[in-house]
Design a protein around this ligand. Structure first.
Ligand SMILES: Nc1ncnc2c1ncn2[C@@H]1O[C@H](COP(=O)(O)OP(=O)(O)O)[C@@H](O)[C@H]1O
Ligand SMILES: [Mg+2]
Length: 358
């Protein structure tokens, strides 16, 4: 039987890891197992390994001895993107590939948080799950301070919890800014860190969601939302990230720890696990369906979703490339594996739909 080749587009670090047999975030064997399950053959490559003009690609393909070898092959018709591309040149190359008929799914390359917020706000059903968000400016900061008790100021296309500042109202006059483990009180005179962030157009100001806490530290959830083997959106899994003691960002890169939702909800005796789970699932599917209208190749995202103490899901951000390792860190091995299997099952679905068309 003919085994179609599915392309997995990776960045330089993961690529060199495959060559040297070291795993950097991506669990290559999960892809291999998933491909066996769905009758596909995986090959790995970087964007620069593709030559559109000759329809050829230098890809890493597993050879007879079980080692990856470089082979010149035709560009696979279905490509699962796992890279992030910033340069216009790279984005153009992806567009040109798509124009030539290749399906590259999950080509999302960092849409700003403000754009995502504005898209989701258009759907009335989602509005109550979205914290108020504005572009950073002095005027917007003053306006937001009048409306909310605490604010988050963060990069519009940030990453890994870097540059996130929190300001909190202490009494009618006094505020406090938290940044890099430091606190500073202020009233009318804004501290330098606040002035700097608020005047940076690449930042946004957001109402701080009063996140539910686990042993005194706020937590939120990473929700893996993916297209599956019948081409439909599903929540493959969710996992909690608990901030390091004294911190207000939950990112693993900032010392956050990963826990299952069951563990996190243990202390909330009045919350029903299933009810909370389904409300997160329902919101997540609605949110990605909305985003999918604007980003047609969307197929695999990691949402950051906060929970209020009432168990109400609040949207924090959408990651176009979920590193998936939060699931591994919480020892949720089956779900971790499924976050790899599901996009491959979607690739199989795409192959089959293509054959039906022909
Ligand atoms: N509006 C908010 N309310 C409460 N916590 C927030 C808010 N925005 C961000 N955070 C905290 O900061 C973390 C990092 O913010 P996020 O928007 O996910 O940016 P990044 O791209 O850096 O991960 C979140 O996981 C959450 O813990
Ligand atoms: Mg995040």
């Amino acid at each position: 039987m003919n085994t179609p080749t599915v392309g997995i587009l990776v960045d330089g670090l993961i690529y060199s890891g495959i060559k040297t047999n070291v795993s950097y975030f991506e669990h290559i064997s999960f892809y291999e197992e998933a491909c066996i399950q769905f009758g596909l053959c995986p090959c790995f490559f970087r964007l620069k390994d593709i030559t559109i003009e000759t329809n050829q690609i230098n890809a890493l393909v597993k050879g007879n001895k079980g080692k990856y070898e470089m082979k010149k092959i035709a560009i696979p018709q279905i490509i699962h993107n796992r890279g992030l591309f910033f340069r216009n040149e790279s984005k153009l190359k992806i567009k040109n590939l798509q124009k030539s008929g290749v399906i590259i799914f999950n080509d999302w390359n960092r849409y700003g948080k403000l754009d995502v917020h504005n898209i989701l706000m258009k759907n009335e059903e989602l509005q109550s799950h979205l914290p108020e968000t504005k572009r950073a400016s002095s005027g917007n900061f003053i306006e937001m301070m009048e409306k909310h008790k605490a604010l988050i100021i963060k990069p519009n296309s940030g990453s890994l919890g870097g540059g996130v500042v929190m300001v909190e109202k202490k009494d009618s006059e006094l505020w406090e800014v938290y940044y890099n483990q430091k606190r500073e009180a202020f009233a009318t005179e804004w501290p330098e860190i606040v002035r700097k962030k608020v005047s940076n157009k690449n930042y946004i100001i957001q109402e701080r969601i009063p996140l539910a806490e686990y042993q005194g530290s706020p937590f939120d959830l990473r929700v893996s939302v993916q297209k599956n083997g019948i081409g439909e959106w599903q929540v493959t899994g969710m996992v909690g990230k608990v901030a390091k003691i004294g911190n207000y960002v939950t990112n693993v890169a900032k010392g956050g720890t990963c826990k299952t939702l069951t563990e996190l909800l243990n202390d909330f005796s009045d919350l029903d696990f299933n009810e909370v789970y389904y409300s997160i699932e329902d919101f997540s599917i609605k949110a990605v369906t909305e985003l999918n209208k604007y980003f047609p190749y969307l197929a695999d995202v990691g949402l950051d979703i906060g929970l209020t103490t009432e168990g109400f899901p609040m949207f924090i951000e959408c990651n176009g490339r979920d590193l998936r390792i939060t699931f591994g860190k919480a020892k949720m091995h089956e779900v971790w594996n499924a976050t790899y299997t599901t996009p491959i099952s979607y690739a199989r679905y795409l192959f089959d739909s293509k054959i039906d068309e022909e």
